[in-house]
Design a protein around this ligand. Structure first.
Ligand SMILES: [Zn+2]
Length: 267
């Protein structure tokens, strides 16, 4: 910008930075034959074109840089997403294997516990049964005389009743013994874990790009208006919103880009 060649009213040129350093009204630094008004000089159509062209080129270059950054960011973001996916999948696989090992270990613990409970129940049952049948009763001893037999039956009647009571009690109690597998309800998220994402905003980059595009459009509009009002374009239609790149200048079979590419063309 500072090195831009600015045209003076006398036809000579100077650097932009030299012009803006001078006072608003001063003797021409080149020919020294007239006074120089900085604002008027900068508002000369040719100089406005040069300045707008410079501003446009700078913005255009910045836009290209940002668009390149967008492409690079897209590639980098894709790589990051895919890398994160691979890492997460690996962690999930490891978690899965860990849980499978823990489930297997717990299964065998439960199985051992179940076997211990079964053995305890069987031991209790066998112990009770062994206590119940500590003696046998001969139903009808044949060698006894009738009176002795009557006496025998009478003596053993109470023993039979006691045995009957204890065995019936056992039958009642054995029915109360059962196993139960308690299965608590659980949320797999709490056991296995879940995936969460922490989104880092990339909108700022997008906003910068949009901003530069808008600025470029404004610069183009200003450049177009400069030509329309001063030199080339005599259309009465003051449609300032027309920012198409390829409009044709009246009476000159040239496109807008030609002007941008060669600012000296009309001088
Ligand atoms: Zn001069």
């Amino acid at each position: 910008m500072n090195d831009l060649e600015i045209f003076l009213p006398c036809g000579f040129t100077c650097k932009y930075q030299d012009l803006i350093k001078s006072k608003s009204r001063s003797l021409c630094m080149v020919c020294k034959t007239h006074y120089l008004y900085v604002d008027e000089c900068l508002n000369m159509p040719r100089n406005k074109l040069i300045l707008k062209q410079s501003e446009f080129d700078a913005k255009y270059e910045k836009l290209n840089q940002v668009l390149t950054d967008v492409d690079k960011t897209k590639i980098k973001t894709e790589m990051t997403i895919n890398n994160d996916f691979d890492l997460m999948k690996n962690e999930i696989d490891i978690r899965r294997e860990e849980l499978k090992i823990q489930i297997d270990n717990y299964y065998f613990t439960l199985l051992n516990d179940l076997e211990a409970k079964r053995n305890l129940a069987l031991d209790e049952m066998n112990k009770k049964i062994s206590e119940l049948n500590t003696f046998t009763i001969n139903k009808e001893p044949s060698e006894l005389e009738p009176l002795e037999k009557t006496k025998y039956l009478h003596e053993n009647l109470q023993r039979i009743q006691n045995l009957l009571n204890s065995n019936e009690k056992y039958l009642d109690s054995v029915n109360k013994f059962n196993f139960k597998f308690e299965q608590p309800k659980f949320n797999m998220n709490d056991v296995f874990g879940k995936i969460s994402t922490n989104k880092v905003s990339l909108h700022k980059l997008k906003s910068d790009t949009d901003l530069i595009i808008e600025e470029l459009k404004e610069i183009k509009k200003g450049l177009k208006r400069s030509f329309e009002s001063h030199i080339l374009y005599d259309d009465d239609d003051d449609d300032e919103d027309d920012d198409e790149d390829d409009f044709i200048l009246k009476n000159k079979n040239l496109k807008y880009e030609d002007i941008l590419n060669d600012s000296d063309y009309y001088y």
